[in-house]
Write a protein that binds this ligand. Sequence first.
Ligand code: ZN
Length: 250
Amino acid sequence: MNMRTKRYSTISLLALLLLSSCATGNGVDSEQGIKSEHFVIYAKEERPATIEKITYLLETKYAEIRAYFDMEIPVTKVYIYKNQREFQRQKYGFIADVLKLDWYIGDNIKDSVYLTSPDTNVKGHSYDGIINAVQHEFVHTVIYRINPKCKLWMNEGVALYFSNRDNDKSLLKKTNIPKLKIFETKNPIYFADNGGYQFADKFTEFFLKEYGKERLVKMIKAKKYSEISGINDVDLYDNWKNYLVKNYDN
Ligand SMILES: [Zn+2]
């Protein structure tokens, strides 16, 4: 999910969780799929230039991710909705209409990508901001294929590392480092409100430098990080904090 500009309440989330079973089908005519080599894009009334750009972004990211993880990635379905409301109803049903989820423009549901049309007017989001989210959501579908139960911390960390990176070397001057609890949280509100989206990719970056790619893939699959890192989470967290101080406090 892409929600770095989120503003919402705990009540909203509870409502979403309670009512998520109201979600409808994908709502886009399946016969109108536009195929590229590794994607099928379903979109109504989308400008050809936008479809072309989305296809380019997806195929480019596909090549990078396919090579990086050295894994087969089956054809990915991508659904584009003509406005934010229609997009939001896909996962959360009509309850999304009454919630003010301005930040929420893209998501993955299992191994499919869902996106608001970049051509629509969305408060606080530019055309480029929306269209670039498609790569981030695609990376989430790949993580889903590696481990459908990947922890939020690794899921967002890896997705952010490979897309939409915010590489602010002065980050620590502006934002507090998340507490250890963020490693295990399943609560997207806690995650978003406690620096999850600013810091998760920096953990992926640190982990890669310290442990390498093979163990990063194991971390995506891990139930306990300590089984992969070989140290307890407190020590892992402290090592990461030291890395942040060295690299993100400029
Ligand atoms: Zn995400």
